[in-house]
Design a protein around this ligand. Sequence first.
Ligand code: MOS
Length: 731
Amino acid sequence: MDTTIIGHRTPRVDGEHKLTGKADYTVDWQADGMLHGYPVPASIAHGVLETLHLEQARAMPGVVDIFHHDHFPELYRSPSSAAHQDQVSEVRLPFEDERIYYDGQYVALVVAESFEQARAAAHAVRADYRQEPGAVASLLDTEQEGRLLESEGVCRGDPDTAFDQAPVKIDHTYHIAAESHMQMEMHATLAEWRDGRLIVHESSQGVVYQHKALARIFGLPDEQVEVVSHYIGSGFGNKLFMWPHAVATAAASQMLGRPVKTVLPRQQDMESGGNRPASRQRLRLAAERDGRLLSMRHDSTTETSFVHAYVDSLGSATPSLYACDNVTISQRLLEVHHGTPCPMRAPGETSGIHALETALDELANALEMDPLELRRRNYNRSDPAKDLPWSSKHLDTCYDNAARRFGWQHRDPTPCAMRDGDEFLGWGMATASWGAMRMSCAARVELRADGSVMAACGTQDIGTGTYTVVAQTVAELTGVALENIEVRLGESTLPAGPLSGGSMVTATTLPAVAAALRDAIDALKEAATGEGGAFEGSDPQRLEIQAGALVDQQGTRVGFAEILTTLKLGSVNGEGQAAPGDEKRQYSFRSFGAHFVEVRWDPGISRLRVSRVVSSIDIGRAINPAAARNQVEGSIVMGLGMALTEKLDYDPRDARLINNNYTDYIVPCHADMPDIDVELLDNPDYAFNEFGARGVGEIGLTGIAAAIGNAVYHATGKRIRDLPITLDKVM
Ligand code: MOS
């Protein structure tokens, strides 16, 4: 498809709103008569709440009510079914029983006239607990194995025999600490009830899901609920599904008959608002002396809480990434006494690919082979897990381009051999990959008499640029200028759209918008060729839309605004649906890429820095290359934190979170930034959808920590198998 705006750098259409403060983030929303909620978190991780002392808090200025186990409405649990789109992050309802399952679990919600009053009173609530021994802080602190998940198991060929008989093999175990999403905008809910109807503003990656979950929990018909999330200060997966603070806030608003807003403080967001679970992974790889993989065994354990079984699927990419006949995957789940984990950017595969790509580097060393060459020797041209050809795979070009831009051919393979003054240089690489997903989606479009176009879909823009790519699609298909296009997202009452997760919004939403647009254009042609229309009596099929006008074969053009005005029509409307067809039976869809990393290690002053990252990523067509590159760059920064600094520290004595703040949980800052060079290939994947886009957002995070760790090994000669690679491990 020849395009003029799709596939071209396009400034964010919502940029002005963000810069001028017009963007309505949930935290900023106000409602008449609004009260403020502030949760009281448990200060133990394992035990029973015996007594809440509320007298002092109740007497404080502005306090309206305090909700807790003995003062809370009876609600239903959401079935939390992905198929029925009522998934929640934690099935347990707030204050459901008096057991404490994790540090930071809510024991009360204080509601007051102002935020400050609610916070002050929450701090004045005292609780007596009966603490129980044996709190498990993390799978990193226990020998417990967890239960085997049959659903996650994969086996092809005979991996055990192949491993035993192979000439070259490695067998190592890798640990990754739990991480926090550390999104800018806190989890926040503003709930109000109008005539029995629940209206919720939430910083949400999935308004449709939250809508359905709230309807189930409050026993309401779907029409009686509305969830709004126009702007989101990012989410990274912790805002995909509703958390208990939203349920507690909606219930408080119902009981009090006034709007209630709850904005979690950072500490509570970190304790009970989701995390990437810690993991343990044993990788056993075996190869021929020429590098061909003979056996891959990937056995993982991840954590979940005692109140919700969240599974981070660590082995899901492993069977597909390389040519190998003998592969086995297993996964275990271990319950620990900290807040419920949830998806975090490229969930599962970020951790799984980290272990696999580190293990491949170790195998390359055992083979005395260049690690890039090892990957090339195991390149596959079809998906061995599904026995289907890839729809479009250009990983070989990613390897070639990134290696060339990086200068990989100048690498001395010996660890500690490359120096620059006092610094040792380390060069490492890894493969990146993320599956391409697409769901069904609906959209609505209006062509209006003022010459503007409105496109609406019940998905949301979490900061990735969804408003812009939808506007680009409308502009491309109508020729209307971007400034005359209005995009409405983030309302659950709009035609149902996807979660902003899994990097699937672009591939899912744009075909539905295009279908709705075509429907609206057909309606316009119908009107224009009917009685009194600008093209009365013409064949509608012979009209085309160009630059916002209908044009006939003689070249007569009439703008759609004029067509509608003449007919006294305010607008013509179109509705559209789009869903994947049977393409998944013909192809396997996955995006691939490669990261090359340079680190600098100065042993004299124990300084370890990432100095250079060169990445080449193939996501099919990037609808907006500026926004897409931005996603990969952001992922690289996140991966830098994962590799070197980020770790949720749970006290092994009592399972309480120690570093629940920005001071002690260390994310990379500007001064840590390397030179980042991201190339996006442009190979539209038309088997996936008419725009050729597989989506972007998450792939950049896969493999980056492994590439950094592999570079650290090359610089220092030390293989650090536990993330983060803090200085104490390198010295
Ligand atoms: Mo992503 S974990 O699907 O926001």
